[in-house]
Design a protein around this ligand. Structure first.
Ligand code: ADP
Ligand code: MG
Length: 625
C-alpha cells in the first residue's frame, strides 16, 4: 500500500512503528508469558538490584518482581491511553461535526460550552474531575478523555464548516438525502484523516496524562501497577534504589517517543501536500548551480535566453524541465512559445526573472540577458527592481493572482508604489488611466470594485493593467487567455496587440493554441519536453511546418468552415522529464522516426530565418521544387 511505503520512507517514523509494534505485541502476550505474579509481595527480597537471579530487572520496595510489574503496567497504561484517545476522538469529533454542520445557534451553544472547558488549564481540570469522581483508573480515564474532547471538537468543527457548504454537499441535500446520511457519507469520509492525524499526535499525551494522575495516586490503585503508579511508588527510593524509578520511567519515555515519531510520520504520509514539499520555504530567487557556464551577451535584442537549463531536484530524481532553450525577442516584437501541457513553457518563463521555486528548482546552465546584462545569478536586489518595472508577467488565472479582499484600484496602486513613491491622488489617477488603457468601460467607477465583482475577462484586463503599471519593456504572458471564452480571448489578444504597437513592448506569449499564435505572434518557438524543436516566423511555420511534432500539433486545431480535414490527436504522451530518451524526445510518438532518431543528440539546425531539430522533417511541396 502506498501509505505504508510513504511511512517507511520516513526512517524515524519507521523506527517508531517498529518500537510500538514490539511494545504492543509484548503487552498483548503478557498474560501468556512465564512471569512472576506482579502483585505478590516478598519483603525478604526488597530492592534486589537488576540482573539478579530470578529477577531480571530487580524488585521494588515490597519485593515484587519489577519485570512482571513493568509488563503488566505497560499493558494497563497503553490500554487506558488508547481508550481515552478513542473516547475523546469519538465524542469530540461528533460534537465538532454537529456544530460545524448545523451552524447557527447549535454551533454557538456547543462551541461556547467547549470554550468554557478550554478556559481551565487542563491538568487542573483533570484533577478536579478525578477529585469529584473519586480516585481510580476508570475515573482517570474519564478525566483524561474529557479534557481532550474540546481539542478534537474545535479541530473537527473547523474542517466541517469548510466542507458543509461545498457543492457536493449541496448536491446531496438537493437530492433529498437525510442529514444523518449526508454526515455519514459526505462529511465523515473527509474528516476521518484529520481525526486519525489528531489522534496519532495526541495518544502520547494521553498516556502521559494518565501516568501523571496515577503518579499522584489518583489513577490506578495499589496493588495494581501502571507506569505512573510504579513511578509514584518508587519516588521515596529515588536516590537509594534508582532502578525502581528508571525502569518505568524509561518505558514511558520509549512509548511516548515512539508514538510521537510514528504520529508525525502518519501525518506526513496522510497529507499529500507535505509530500510535495508544501512546507519548504522557497527562496526569493531561483538557485543557480555553481558550475553553470554563462553565455556571451547580445546587444541588439532586449531579452535573450541562451541555452537555458532549469531542473528540479526532488530526492534523487532530476527533472530536466528546461533543457537548453535559446530564444530572443526585440522591442515591438511578439514571440510565441507553443507546446503541449508539461513541455516546460511555464518553467522557461519563470526562470527569466528567477521566479522558479527553489528548492527544488535549480538553474544549471545558460544565461538570460536583459539589455546585455546576465540575470541568472544576479543579486536578488537587482532582480527585484527589474521584476514588474522592466519585465512583467501576466498569468493564466487572474482570479488567483488578484487579492480577493482588496479593491482592484488599491492593488494597482500597490503595484506602482512598490517601485516608486506616489501620492494618493496621483496613484488613483494613474490607476484609472491604466484601466482605461486596457479598455475597461467606466474605469472611474470600476476602480472601487472587488475582484469577485468582475467577470473573468475583466479580471484578466486588470491583470494586464497591473503588468503595465510600471511601463515595462517586456511582458511575459503565460497562457493569459486559456481560462477565457473565445470572444473574450479575441478581445484580450487585440488589446495586447494594440499595447505592443502603441508602446513598443516586447511580448513573450505562451500558449498551447496555434490559433492564438497566428493572431498575435511574429515569431513562434515550438517546445517539446523542455527543448525547442522548431522556430521561425509565424507565417512560414503555419504554412509549412517542418517538424513532425509541429505538424501534428497544428492538425489538432479545428478549422472553422473548413470541415474537410479530420481532427487528429497525437497518440501517446510526452515523456516524463526525469527520464528522457536519448536522441529525439518525440521519436516514440512519431511516425517518421528511424533508428538514427533514437541514437543520440540532435542539434537545432538553423535554415535561413528558421531553425529545426529533426533528421527527417516533413517535406513540403514548395521546398521540394
Ligand atoms: P507547461 O509547458 O505546461 O507550462 P511546465 O513548465 O509547468 O509545463 O512544466 C514543465 C515540466 O516541469 C513538467 O513536466 C513538470 O512535471 C515539471 N515540473 C514543474 N514544476 C515542478 C516541480 N516543482 N517539481 C518537479 N517537477 C516539476
Ligand atoms: Mg504552464
Amino acid at each position: 500500500m502506498s501509505f505504508l511505503r510513504l511511512l517507511a520512507r520516513n526512517q524515524l517514523a519507521l523506527a517508531g512503528l517498529v518500537v510500538m509494534g514490539v511494545v504492543v505485541a509484548l503487552a498483548l502476550v503478557t498474560p501468556l508469558l512465564p512471569l512472576a505474579p506482579p502483585n505478590v509481595t516478598d519483603t525478604g527480597n526488597r530492592f534486589v538490584p537488576p540482573f539478579s537471579e530470578g529477577a531480571l530487572l530487580g524488585t521494588d520496595h515490597l519485593g515484587r518482581d519489577l519485570l512482571s510489574r513493568l509488563m503488566w503496567g505497560t499493558r494497563l497504561s497503553l490500554a487506558v491511553g488508547f481508550a481515552a484517545a478513542l473516547i475523546a476522538a469519538t465524542i469530540g469529533a461528533a460534537i465538532g461535526i454537529i456544530a460545524g454542520y448545523y451552524g447557527g445557534r447549535t454551533d454557538n451553544v456547543i462551541m461556547r460550552g467547549v470554550d468554557m472547558l478550554m478556559a481551565f488549564p487542563y491538568i487542573l481540570l483533570a484533577l478536579a474531575i478525578v477529585a469529584a469522581l473519586g480516585p481510580g483508573l476508570i475515573n482517570a480515564l474519564i478525566a483524561v478523555a474529557a479534557v481532550n474532547i474540546p481539542f478534537f471538537a474545535r479541530n473537527i468543527r473547523g474542517i466541517t464548516v469548510g466542507i458543509a457548504h461545498k457543492e457536493y454537499v449541496d448536491a446531496a441535500r438537493l437530492s433529498g438525502m437525510s442529514d444523518l446520511r449526508i454526515i455519514l457519507t459526505e462529511i465523515l469520509p473527509n474528516v476521518i484523516p484529520v481525526i486519525v492525524i489528531a489522534m496519532s499526535t495526541t495518544v502520547g499525551w494521553m498516556i502521559l496524562e494518565t501516568a501523571g494522575l496515577s503518579f499522584l495516586g489518583l489513577g490506578s490503585q495499589p496493588p495494581v501497577a501502571d507506569l505512573g503508579s510504579m513511578l509514584g511508588e518508587a519516588r521515596s527510593a529515588l536516590i537509594t534504589n534508582p532502578h525502581t524509578s528508571i525502569v518505568p520511567g524509561l518505558m514511558i519515555l520509549v512509548i511516548v517517543m515512539a508514538i510521537n515519531l510514528l504520529g508525525d510520520g502518519v501525518r506526513d504520509a496522510l497529507d499529500p501536500r507535505l509530500k510535495s514539499g508544501a512546507l519548504n520555504r522557497p527562496l526569493p530567487a531561483t538557485l543557480v548551480a555553481k558550475d553553470r557556464e554563462p553565455a556571451p551577451q547580445h546587444q541588439d535584442v532586449i531579452l535573450t535566453l541562451d541555452a537555458l537549463q532549469t531542473q528540479f531536484h526532488v530526492k534523487d530524481r532530476v527533472y530536466r524541465a528546461v533543457g537548453g532553450v535559446s530564444l530572443s525577442v526585440k522591442p515591438g516584437e511578439c514571440l510565441g512559445i507553443i507546446g503541449e501541457s508539461g513541455s516546460g513553457k511555464s518553467v522557461t518563463a519563470l526562470s527569466v526573472m528567477g521566479l522558479v521555486a527553489s528548492p527544488p528548482g535549480l538553474i544549471t546552465g545558460g544565461s538570460v540577458h536583459y539589455r546585455g546584462e546576465d540575470l541568472v545569478g544576479a543579486p536578488y536586489r537587482k532582480l527585484r527592481t527589474l521584476r514588474g518595472s522592466e519585465v512583467a508577467y501576466i498569468f493564466q488565472d487572474p482570479q488567483a493572482t488578484l487579492h480577493p479582499l482588496y479593491r482592484v484600484g488599491d492593488q494597482l496602486i500597490e503595484a506602482i508604489s512598490s517601485h516608486r513613491s506616489i501620492g494618493r491622488d496621483e496613484g488613483r489617477n494613474k490607476a484609472v488611466e491604466l484601466l482605461e488603457a486596457v479598455r475597461i468601460p467606466n474605469a472611474q467607477a470600476r476602480i472601487d470594485d472587488y475582484p469577485h465583482e468582475m467577470s473573468g475577462g475583466m479580471r484578466q484586463r486588470v491583470g494586464i493593467a497591473m503588468a503595465m503599471a510600471n511601463d515595462p519593456e517586456v511582458i511575459i504572458a503565460d497562457e493569459p487567455t486559456t481560462a477565457l471564452d473565445v470572444t473574450v480571448q479575441a478581445q484580450i489578444l487585440s488589446l495586447l496587440d494594440d499595447l505592443r504597437r502603441e508602446r513598443g513592448l516586447a511580448i513573450v506569449f505562451i500558449t498551447h493554441d496555434f490559433g492564438v499564435v497566428g493572431q498575435l505572434c511574429d515569431r513562434v518557438a515550438v517546445m517539446y519536453a523542455g527543448r525547442i524543436v522548431e522556430e521561425g516566423p509565424t507565417r512560414a511555420i503555419l504554412d509549412a511546418p517542418r517538424h513532425p511534432y509541429t505538424a501534428r500539433l497544428m492538425a489538432c486545431v479545428p478549422e472553422l468552415g473548413g470541415g474537410r480535414r479530420r481532427l487528429e490527436a497525437i497518440p501517446g504522451l510526452p515523456p516524463p522529464v526525469n527520464d528522457l530518451p536519448p536522441g529525439c524526445a518525440f521519436a516514440p510518438r512519431c511516425d517518421r522516426a528511424r533508428p538514427e532518431c533514437r541514437a543520440g543528440e540532435i542539434a537545432l539546425e538553423p535554415e535561413g530565418d528558421r531553425a529545426l531539430r529533426c533528421l527527417y522533417p516533413v517535406e513540403q511541396p514548395e521546398a521540394a521544387e
